[in-house]
Design a protein around this ligand. Structure first.
Ligand SMILES: CC(C)(COP(=O)(O)OP(=O)(O)OC[C@H]1O[C@@H](n2cnc3c(N)ncnc32)[C@H](O)[C@@H]1OP(=O)(O)O)[C@@H](O)C(=O)NCCC(=O)NCCS
Length: 183
């Protein structure tokens, strides 16, 4: 059952977490739901985090105004599946990570983007979010046969994440490497 939203200290449940005992037990604790406009503040904070921007394709700080416009369009876009992972056992509905699949027209491909709350990184949340989003992708668009992930060469956490969740390395242009998951 969904909980009330956190009114302050959004990151507090993350600070209390001590994760990585193994993803099976983590998976039971977390669930995915559609992104909502009420998630805007958290998503913007994660996107504007220094570490996120350092290894992103667009590195500038995004304003709240631009973010709101982008988020509204992203939620309404039928070629995008946009989900957040949240802790079912927490007192408030605090998003922990987001996963987005952008459909590429007429190719059977979707590109995945994943973002974990900065205070929750390195605890296995990225893996759980990626794994839990796959059945949703399959249900949303059964015709998708390939998922692509484009990762900066220096993004070791992201490279490791995709390499350990079934994606295979395809190629690199020297800065960006592409991974592929065959469905
Ligand atoms: C990349 C990101 C999604 C990874 O999520 P995460 O929850 O921190 O990762 P996890 O804890 O699930 O770890 C996944 C793997 O990466 C490894 N890892 C995590 N942090 C790492 C780091 N800083 N350096 C090297 N490896 C790391 C883990 O050991 C794990 O590998 P293992 O299963 O072999 O042990 C997260 O760090 C993030 O949101 N970064 C900013 C946005 C981004 O780069 N998105 C990806 C671009 S598509």
């Amino acid at each position: 059952m969904r909980k009330g939203r956190a009114t302050d200290g959004r990151a507090e449940p993350l600070r209390q977490m001590r994760l990585r005992p193994g993803t099976a037990s983590l998976s039971a604790r977390y669930a995915m739901r559609p992104v909502e406009l009420a998630d805007a503040e958290a998503l913007l904070e994660w996107r504007n985090d220094f570490e996120t921007r350092r290894l992103a394709r667009t590195q500038g700080v995004i304003s709240l105004r631009d973010h709101m416009k982008w988020l509204e369009a992203a939620i309404a876009d039928e070629a995008r599946l946009y989900r957040v992972l949240w802790d079912v056992g927490a007192e408030a509905d605090v998003p922990l990570a987001s996963v987005r699949y952008d459909l590429e027209p007429d190719t059977g491909c979707a590109e995945v983007s994943i973002l974990v709350a900065p205070t929750g990184r390195g605890r296995g949340i990225g893996r759980v979010a990626l794994e839990q989003s796959l059945p949703e992708l399959r249900q949303w668009r059964p015709e998708v046969t390939e998922v692509l992930a484009v990762v900066h060469e220096n993004n070791l956490a992201s490279r490791r994440l995709f390499e350990s969740t079934g994606y295979t390395y395809r190629d690199s242009d020297g800065d960006w490497r592409t991974y592929v998951l065959a469905l």
